[in-house]
Design a protein around this ligand. Structure first.
Ligand code: ZN
Length: 304
């Protein structure tokens, strides 16, 4: 009995598997394969691309886009991508030759190309003649790469994403356009909510370990005081200056970021009898994250 039924069961199972697999495989092959650098970009591309795109993200949760090194499976996914939306973060420059070698046909679009970049502002001002050897370094890495903390920048980047997707996949143009319009509406609402969260603040100055929030500060009239500048810890003297400034501002909260050590932030917080709060500029749900962060800024700056 067994030997007679088994082939039938196998045949039924195979038929079932084929029926289950076939549509999924077809859908997968129909999707436009896209690579992005950071999680907020994944959110932007999925908001506009919907089910018509499959997004491969390079810098995952907990990784820093300043020092990131792609993994083998990500390079494999990249080699199958039709598009790569870069955003001007550091690891991209170091790896670009290998990216183009892995996939010479891939179209690379720099989302930050049309944006007005702002200088990476230090919390402290170097005195004349001080750190003579660092001058060159500062000129090279002088522009702030954290462009996605500005909703206005994200509107501009979303327009570029839409145009690129529509050109690469004209069959879904109407869908992409409708998705873009819905996303822009959500960003308008987000900006209104951020302004409401920040209304009535007593101080515009916030202290943050890693300077991720410069564009956000520019858009909403805040002033970012950074402890670290792209990887370098402050000297003892610079640390003393920040502590003085925090005391002057009556700042009781030092903002940290999950990707970085909070040791220095904890030290400053202790010196001013304050605390460290973590805020993450790289969270995937960019819209809700920015709304939540602006709520935190509002609360902190109202009681400062
Ligand atoms: Zn950064």
């Amino acid at each position: 009995m067994k030997t007679r039924i088994s082939p039938m069961i196998i045949a039924l199972l195979l038929a079932g598997m084929l029926a289950a697999c076939a549509p999924a495989e077809k859908a997968a092959s129909d999707q436009l394969n896209v690579t992005v650098s950071i999680l907020p970009e994944k959110y932007f591309v999925e908001r506009i691309g919907g089910d018509a795109v499959a997004v491969n993200v390079m810098v995952g949760p907990g990784d820093s886009p300043h020092t990131y090194e792609p993994k083998t499976d990500q390079m494999t996914a990249l080699s199958k991508s039709a598009l790569f939306f870069t955003i001007g973060v550091e690891y991209e420059t170091a790896w670009m030759d290998r990216f183009t070698a892995a996939n010479p046909d891939m179209q690379i679009i720099d989302l930050s190309a049309k944006l007005e970049k702002i200088p990476m502002v230090a919390h402290h001002h170097h005195e004349e003649g001080e750190h003579a050897g660092e001058g060159e370094e500062e000129e090279e890495g002088g522009l702030d790469p954290h462009v996605w903390t500005s909703p206005e920048n994200v509107k501009s980047m979303s327009q570029t994403i839409y145009e690129t997707l529509a050109a690469a996949d004209p069959n879904h143009q109407a869908e992409y356009q409708a998705n873009l319009e819905a996303f822009i509406k959500d960003i308008d609402q987000l900006e209104a909510d951020i302004r409401a969260n920040l209304s009535g603040i007593d101080s515009a100055k916030f202290i943050v370990f890693h300077p991720s929030w410069g564009y956000f500060a520019r858009d909403f009239g805040l002033e970012q005081v950074a402890i670290e500048i792209e990887g370098s810890e402050p000297s003892a003297q610079e640390l003393a200056t920040i502590i003085d400034e925090a005391k002057e501002e009556n700042a009781k909260v030092i903002f940290g970021q999950p990707e970085f050590s909070t040791k220095t932030a904890e030290y400053i917080a202790q010196e001013v009898n304050g605390k460290v709060l973590l805020i993450d500029p790289l969270a995937e749900n960019w819209l809700e994250n920015l709304r939540a962060v602006s709520g935190t800024f509002g609360e902190v700056l109202k009681s400062q």
